[in-house]
Design a protein around this ligand. Structure first.
Ligand code: FAD
Length: 630
């Protein structure tokens, strides 16, 4: 009986190709030893090996499927397994239309004319059968559910992005932006010394030359409150999806958040300026570049520097707020104060001035109403993050224009410090087209390490390139972007390598998941680079510290093969009612024009898959996946 059992186990193992390790071991002893002889022996040792092999078979049978990954991303079958024939055809037609210059240029007017001619109902049918159906997941949190389920069954997870946008004319947008930058109660506007952080009417329409990002224009506090509720609805949708979908991977869904949606953007501009001035001040006081990595000054050294300051009481208060650790001063300012509703910005940023011997303010005076508006913005963001923590969903903060970015990064980092104690709940975004991206990411990684919180970040190339350059040139401040595309790619790859190097160091210390990075790019070379580097640094997809992200209906040939082969793979999922996402659709049409090479590849693969299915008689194809996202 023992012999029979062993023989059966061997044949099972063979069937599932599980003999390799055993055969390899045997190989060491000589190839003339055949498997049958080993099986006949049925010693205790071989029985153990076979039991292990049987367990492995059972384990493999239980495990969800994983496909091999073709890193040339040229496999149409893997790319479109999740799509019906109709969806492939629709995608092909939509991409073809997106390459017609006239249609792209006049798409918004054409959509409006079609609506007027066809009437509401027919127009909606037309849109759902074409652009909307292709680029948008559905109208609301219930209608997107089948799409989320389908993505999940093909190994892909969601980043939800409610894509309703106001259809503002350029004049209206400019008017709103300029109005929202006028100080409250008619006080005279005082701008700081850094030009980059001034409001300029020419660039008041922040959509200027921006295709791949949504823009919020401030109307009043009530609209910001509504935006907050929308973001929370996104979180609820993801939480509900995570809990009820079978085979779910709990705690991996993400909601995208824009800080400019949660308050008056002008306040972010002012905070950004104070952050940059504070850096200059820090550099002046401690030397180097004023960044936490570049000096090791202790608080005692500071006290000695400030001995000429007359207002000893204020100086004492200032010094007690300095953040330091064993390696030296981290921050001269209590940055955590900006997310503390007891603190006023105007009083927080008072510093000892070495020249005058007095305490001076780095921020222009804010009115009590503006202070309240700032606290409202922080409160809204806090409500979102708290809800995310309770629902075990992650929040990913989008990066925006450079004149907002220092504030957005600082606020997000403070929320990371507050909420990322056990895992990364809050994620920041870093734009690698900026010439300071590597330094920014390294500094923030270092702060996370020294202050012991989980660091989560999405790395992108950046969506506002042309606007950034045009604004810098027009307002006469240094261009913050890299000189060319190659420099941006180098910056991206260097920054990603630095993150991976640190992830490896944490892994070696047994501190897993202290850093989590999303490679958000449609660039195949960058995705391949990330995969190669992961291998080089011994980082497995199962470590769940590196994930990949692409937009819904963009580069499916990257997202799906990644998800199906066991990499952590995400799609940015836009949703919203047809008529309210028209501006989003319009932007996508324009954006597609700018990525013609990628669209060409997508179309080529779509055509190959359509022909393959027809040639193999798959006239009706029902996507059925049983993959489980990592
Ligand atoms: C999931 C996801 C989330 C995103 N979130 C954000 C976000 O929060 N904020 C944001 O700003 N963007 C965001 N983006 C957009 C992103 O920044 C890029 O605009 C877009 O993805 C194109 O870059 P790529 O790596 O995919 O492709 P590529 O085609 O390889 O790169 C194009 C990009 O390279 C850069 N570039 C092009 N020409 C030059 C040049 N001459 N000099 C210097 N740089 C150049 C530009 O950034 C341009 O967008 C997101 C993208 C994705 C997929």
């Amino acid at each position: 009986m023992a012999f029979l059992r062993t023989a059966v186990k061997f044949s099972v193992c063979r069937k599932f190709g599980l003999f390799d390790p055993l055969q390899n071991n045997l190989g060491k002893f000589g190839s003339n030893i055949n498997l049958e002889r080993i099986a006949l022996k049925s010693t205790a040792a071989s029985s153990t090996l076979v039991d292990n092999a049987t367990n492995a078979v059972e384990k493999q049978q239980q495990q969800p499927p994983r496909d091999p990954l073709d890193t040339s991303f040229n496999d149409p079958k893997a790319a479109f397994k999740s799509k019906t024939n109709w969806e492939l055809l629709r995608a092909y037609v939509v991409y073809t239309l997106c390459s017609i210059e006239y249609l792209v240029t006049h798409n918004m007017q054409l959509m409006k004319i079609s609506r007027a001619i066809l009437g509401e109902k027919l127009f909606v049918v037309l849109m759902k059968g074409t652009f909307y159906g292709h680029f948008v997941a559905g109208e609301d949190q219930f209608k997107i559910r089948p799409t989320l389920e389908r993505l999940r069954s093909f190994g892909v997870k969601p980043i939800l992005d409610y894509s309703v946008e106001e259809d503002l004319s350029q004049e209206e947008a400019e008017k709103r932006e300029v109005e929202s930058s006028v100080p409250e109660a008619g006080e005279e506007k005082v701008e700081g010394p850094l030009k980059q952080y001034h409001v300029d009417k020419t660039f008041a329409d922040r959509r200027y030359k921006v295709q791949s990002a949504r823009t919020y224009f401030y109307l009043n506090e009530a609209t910001c409150e509504r935006n907050m509720e929308t973001f929370i609805q996104c979180l609820e949708t993801i939480a509900d999806f995570q809990q009820t979908s079978k085979g779910s991977t709990y705690g991996t869904g993400i909601a995208a958040v824009k800080l400019t949606a949660l308050g008056r953007p002008q306040l972010l501009l002012q905070l950004s300026e104070v952050i940059m001035r504070a850096r200059e001040y820090m550099a002046e006081i401690v030397g180097g570049t004023g960044n936490v990595l570049s000096h090791h000054v202790k608080v005692e050294d500071l006290e000695a520097k400030f001995d000429k300051i007359q207002d000893k009481e204020s100086l004492k208060k200032f010094l007690t707020q300095v953040t330091a650790d064993k390696q030296g001063v981290l921050h001269l300012f209590p940055w955590s104060g900006i997310i503390d509703d007891q603190n006023d910005l105007s009083t927080t940023f008072r510093v000892p001035d070495l020249k005058s011997g007095r305490m001076i303010r780095l921020i222009t005076q804010l009115s009590p109403k503006e202070e309240e508006m700032f606290r409202n913005m922080i409160r809204r963001f806090n409500t979102i993050v708290k809800a995310a923590e309770e629902m075990d969903v992650r929040v990913m903060v989008d990066a925006e224009q450079t004149y907002f970015q220092p504030a957005i990064t600082r606020i997000t980092l403070e929320f990371m410090r507050k909420y990322n104690k056990q895992k990364a709940i809050v994620f920041n975004t870093y734009q690698c087209y900026l010439n300071n991206a590597f330094t920014e990411v390294s500094t923030d990684l270092e702060q996370a390490k020294r202050q012991d919180f989980y660091f989560g970040a999405k790395l992108v190339r950046g969506a506002y390139l042309e606007q950034e350059r045009a604004r810098a040139a027009a307002m006469d401040y240094p261009d913050p972007t890299n000189p060319n595309y190659e420099a941006t790619t180098e910056m991206y790859h260097n920054t990603l390598s630095e993150c991976l190097r640190r992830i490896k160091a944490f892994k070696q210390k047994g501190e897993d998941k202290k850093i989590a990075i999303m490679v958000a790019s449609h660039n195949e070379d960058t995705v391949r680079f990330a995969i190669e580097k992961m291998k080089e640094y011994g980082i497995e997809p199962e470590d769940k510290v590196i994930c990949f992200g692409q937009l819904f209906a963009m580069c499916d040939y990257i997202t799906f093969p990644l998800g199906q082969s066991g990499y952590s793979s995400y799609k940015y999922i836009p949703y919203g009612p047809v008529n309210e996402v028209l501006p989003y659709l319009s932007r996508r049409a324009h954006e597609n024009k700018g990525v013609l090479q990628k669209i060409k590849k997508e179309k080529r693969l779509l055509a190959r898959e359509i022909f393959r299915r027809l040639a193999t008689g798959q006239i009706i194809y029902k996507p059925k996946g049983n993959y489980v996202p990592i």
